[in-house]
Every structure is written in C-alpha cells, then in structure tokens.
Design a binder for this molecule. Structure first.
Ligand SMILES: [Zn+2]
Length: 325
C-alpha cells in the first residue's frame, strides 16, 4: 500500500462500549460488534493503518498469562490507585495455542486497509507479572521473547504487514535497556514485515540515546505534552533536535493527549504540535517522510468514546491541512 505524506495510525486500544463487559482476551460477539464499528469509523476518518481497538482485551499482560494457562494472582496494587490481577510464571513458558491471532484475522477481514498486529513485548510481560520459576531476569525476558516471537510469526503468516510490539514498561526500568533491546530483537529479527515499538511514559531523556539501536523500523512515542513545551524548554526535544531519530528510524509522533479529563484539542494546537515535531525531528524533506502521526497512546485511558472520536477527527483534519500545504 502506498502511504501518503505523514501517514496516520492509532496506537491500539479504544474505550469499550457499555455492552462489552468482562473481556478476558477472547473475541466474543460483543467485542466483534465493537470492532466492526471501530474499523468502519477509522476508514471513514481516512486513517491509513488501522488498529482493532482491543475490545477483547482484559489486560495487555495478564491475557498472555491466561492464554498460556498460568495461574493468576488476586488483585495487586501497581501505582497510584491502579489495581490489576497479575499472572504468575511458576513453570517453563510454553505456547500451545495462538494468543491473539484470531482477533487479528477478524479485524483484518473487515477492511481493505492494513490493520496493525499489536503484541505485548517480552520486557513488559516479564515486568507486569510475578515469577517464581526462572532464576534470572534474562531467562524470564528471553523466554517471553520466544512466546511473543512465535505469535508474531503466526500473525505474519496470517497476513500482518505491520507488527507493533508494545513496551510501555521500558522507560520504567531504563537501566535495563540492553536486556530490553535483546528481548525485542529476538521477537522482530527477520520477521520480514514492518516492525514498530510503542513506548510511553517514564524518563524518556534517559532512554532516548538508546532508541537509534532498537531493532525495529519505527519507534512510536508519546510526545504531545513535550511538543507543547516546545524545543526551548523540553530537554527531550533538544536531544531530538541535536540527533534526530529520523536519521535511524521512522518515528510515529503522538500528537493527541489521551489522558482522562483532557478535553478535545483544537486544530490549531494539533497543527502546532505536528509543525514542532517536523522542525525538531525532520531537518530535511527526506527526514520528514519518516514521520507518522498518531495519538500519544491507546484511547482506552480517555474512557470516553465520543471525546476519543472527536480527538481522532481533529488529528486527521490537522494532518490534512498540513499535507495540502
Ligand atoms: Zn502507551
């Protein structure tokens, strides 16, 4: 598929409609219905590479533990007031059945446009669960990498052209960058399709120097707030300006704030964010061809479907105006 200047995409999730309840990783009729609607809305908006909205998902880590038949602990507090049920690795990891292959096939079957296959990365899977089996962090992360790799290969066989490996936990443990990179490499190496990793929140300035070396074609990064700060005040943007990531990778720039309670941005704000991103990351025309535009993260956190749709509309309108210029 030929992509336009500033290709647009999503990061993954979308708020669930009320009728989707109790999702635990399986694609039931309700999550199918929600997926159909969401795919259609993205097509109408003109988004280039679609996402499935993850309506079947319970939790991006625990679903994997469940799919592998591992035990699930009771509610655990993560940070602030967030609780979730962590899985427990108490035996060697083995994948006996696909984890999200059918979900991908269903979504891709609804549209002519490419749908991104979105996997949870090995570092995040290792960090967001308990482990009583593997003796070292390396063994744990690399064992998860094998599982995710097997899943990725099945997705590619099923026609996925874009494979995204989500690693939100990477900036949480920035001192483990080498381990993270090696885990990711074991998933993406020679997959033969376009690969992406999405990273969000945490100490980006500490992670940024390692981004050029990540074994993916595209790095998808939350950036709306930094772009509002501007290159005068944002340390991260200054680092980008000095050594633009587009020298090494395609970069998907998050230009929509998805935090709950943040209202719909006006078009001017989003255009300014895109222009700042181009100024900082794309000093040449060639480099600007490596920039993609998307929201900061999945929309699940906004919790509000209408606000999320309006935010997507504003993003697309801002992109259209910049493209036509
Ligand atoms: Zn994110």
């Amino acid at each position: 598929m030929k992509l336009p200047f500033l290709p647009t995409t999503g990061v993954g999730s979308f708020p669930k409609p009320d009728y989707v309840t109790g999702a635990k990783g399986d694609l039931d009729e309700n999550s199918r219905e929600a997926t159909r609607e969401f795919i259609k809305r993205q097509e109408d908006l003109g988004i280039d590479v679609l996402v499935d909205g993850e309506f079947y998902r319970g939790d991006m880590a625990t679903d994997y533990y469940r799919a592998l038949g591992l035990p699930i602990a009771d509610w655990t507090r993560s940070y602030d007031n967030r609780f979730w049920k962590k899985g427990i690795v108490d035996r060697p990891l083995r994948r006996t059945a696909p984890i999200q292959l059918y979900q991908f096939e269903f979504a891709q079957g609804l549209t002519e446009r490419p749908v991104k296959a979105i996997l949870t990365g090995p570092t995040t899977l290792a960090n967001w669960g308990f482990n009583s089996h593997y003796e070292s962090r390396e063994d744990l992360v690399f064992s998860w990498a094998e599982i995710v790799r097997e899943e990725a290969m099945d997705l590619v066989k099923a026609g996925a052209k874009y494979v995204q490996v989500d690693e939100p936990a990477v900036a949480e443990r920035y001192w483990e960058t080498d381990l993270f990179r090696e885990g990711l490499r074991r998933v993406t190496e020679r997959l033969g399709v376009y690969t992406i990793t999405h990273v969000c929140y945490g100490e980006f300035p500490l992670v940024y120097p390692n981004m050029p070396k990540l074994p993916v074609d595209q790095i998808d990064i939350e950036l709306a707030s930094e772009l509002d700060l501007g290159s005068e005040r944002s340390t991260l943007l200054q680092m980008m300006k000095k050594d633009p990531l587009t020298k090494y990778k395609d970069v998907a720039v998050g230009v929509i704030d998805v935090r709950p309670g943040v209202g719909v941005e006006d078009i001017g704000t989003v255009k300014k964010r895109i222009e700042t991103a181009l100024e900082v990351l794309a000093p040449t025309d060639e480099a600007s061809k490596r920039i993609w535009i998307d929201p900061d993260c999945g929309f699940r956190t906004t919790k509000n479907r209408e606000i999320s749709y309006r935010k997507m509309e504003v993003m697309m309108e801002a992109v259209r105006q910049i493209r036509s210029r």
